[in-house]
Design a protein around this ligand. Structure first.
Ligand SMILES: [Zn+2]
Length: 295
């Protein structure tokens, strides 16, 4: 409210006072004036009573509002609690260490189905990378175990979010001699981009290169997706590494099994998933038969 409004209010108030003054003199006259003088103490008493009652009402309202506010606070706390409780099992689940079946062929392998939980990875054409990586990861585990490998899994369900640090820790804290991370690619520009590729460290380590080549050659032998080759570093920066390749202490490879944004690659993936699991296991067999890895 500015100075102009204030002066208008003063004018209105002044007019009211003048109106009452005129009414009092013309209508009430001398009798009313005398009656008012007699009832004076009574009016004062009533006024005091009204003021006291109003104060009491005001105090009551204030107290009720305070009660409501504290009740709301309690409700808010109760509402947020389930969210925290939901988050807890995710964290706990990730720290669980799975005991792998003992290796009868002397080799331990870490298989990492990418993403999981609320991290669905790339999504396109009705598919989610996390679910597809998990499905193939489980098949690879089964295939490797049937061949006598001990298999360490970085996740054993599709409902749990596992961080990259936890995946690396699972690998490094186990007897795993190699790490194979399973992913699917995505290209946002066009659905035409397709094919499978393998990513290894920027220094192109010999053991990781051999592992990637063995696996990729066997995958390509299924005559499905086209070859995009073995790549070093990261997309757009050959001098940096993806966390799995940078942090794992053993030969590691990240497999990008076709583009989730490409219809043909998705069809190949869904129809040949068993063949891909066998091809990855064949590649791992090939790697161990050609490399003298500590047992
Ligand atoms: Zn991925």
């Amino acid at each position: 409210m500015d100075a102009g409004d204030s002066s208008i209010c003063e004018v209105i108030d002044c007019n009211h006072k003048m109106y009452f003054a005129i009414n009092y003199e013309t209508v009430g006259g001398t009798r009313m004036n005398r009656r008012k003088q007699k009832n004076g103490p009574l009016i004062v008493l009533l006024s005091v009573l009204i003021v006291v009652m109003l104060l009491l009402v005001a105090v009551c309202i204030t107290m009720m509002q305070k009660k409501d506010a504290s009740a709301n606070e309690k409700n808010t706390t109760q509402e947020t609690t389930p969210v925290q409780e939901e988050a807890t099992p995710l964290q706990e689940a990730t720290t669980e260490e799975e005991t792998p079946v003992a290796a009868s062929n002397g080799h331990t392998v870490c298989i990492d189905p990418g993403h999981g939980g609320y991290d669905r990875g790339s999504e396109a054409l009705g598919y989610a990378e996390a679910a597809q990586a998990y499905k193939l990861g489980m098949l690879v585990q089964k295939e490797l175990e049937s061949r006598g490998y001990a298999v360490v899994m970085t996740r054993t369900d599709d409902n749990t979010k596992v961080t990259l640090d936890e995946r690396v820790a699972t690998c490094n804290n186990s007897a795993a001699e190699i790490m194979v991370s399973i992913h699917r690619n995505k290209y946002d520009g066009t659905e035409e981009v397709s094919g499978m590729e393998a990513w290894i460290g920027s220094s192109d380590p010999e053991d990781a290169h051999a592992l990637a080549k063995n696996i990729l050659d066997n995958l390509l032998a299924t005559n499905t997706m086209r070859d995009r080759g073995i790549k070093t570093g990261t997309e757009g920066n050959a001098g940096t590494d993806y966390a799995i390749n940078r942090e794992c202490n053993v030969a590691s490879v990240i497999l990008e099994l076709g583009f989730i944004s490409n219809k043909s690659d998705n069809n190949y993936y869904e129809k040949n998933i068993d063949a891909y699991a066998k091809a990855i296991a064949d590649g791992i067999d090939g790697y161990f038969s050609t490399y003298n890895v500590t047992q």
